[in-house]
Ligand binder design. Structure first.
Ligand code: ZN
Length: 117
């Protein structure tokens, strides 16, 4: 019998703990730091698209839970980040409603100096 912690209630259970260790062994470096040429060990497995599994479970809606769980376990939706990148990345996403850059690392923001010619 294990006690249900708040993180387990959001889907971060033992299965996740094992899966993230395997993921970090296969993808040991922060992808954001790699974009700027830095090799930094990753400590966080981040969901690129927020899965909102916690909210889905709270809502009790089986369709939402299924969709959230699918997103949660979809490894194409995972990325390795270091803690500082995770925190700043998520803040940016929450502010703008979308990630700050494309898959190529080009910022969406047209006024960013990378997008000026
Ligand atoms: Zn980083």
């Amino acid at each position: 019998m294990t006690k249900l912690t708040s993180s387990a209630a959001k889907g971060y259970d033992n299965r996740w703990k094992k899966a993230r260790i395997v993921w970090l062994q296969a993808n040991p470096f922060c992808v954001e730091c790699r974009k700027v040429g830095l090799v930094v060990p990753a400590t966080v497995v981040d969901h690129v698209k927020p899965h909102r599994l916690g909210q889905a479970i709270e809502s009790g809606d089986p369709d939402r839970i299924t969709a959230a769980r699918r997103l949660f376990w979809d490894r194409t939706n995972w990325q390795s980040l270091c803690k500082p990148c995770h925190d700043s990345y998520k803040q940016r996403v929450e502010k703008s409603g979308e990630p700050g850059c494309s898959l190529d690392g080009i910022p969406h923001n047209a006024s960013h100096h990378w997008n000026r010619t």
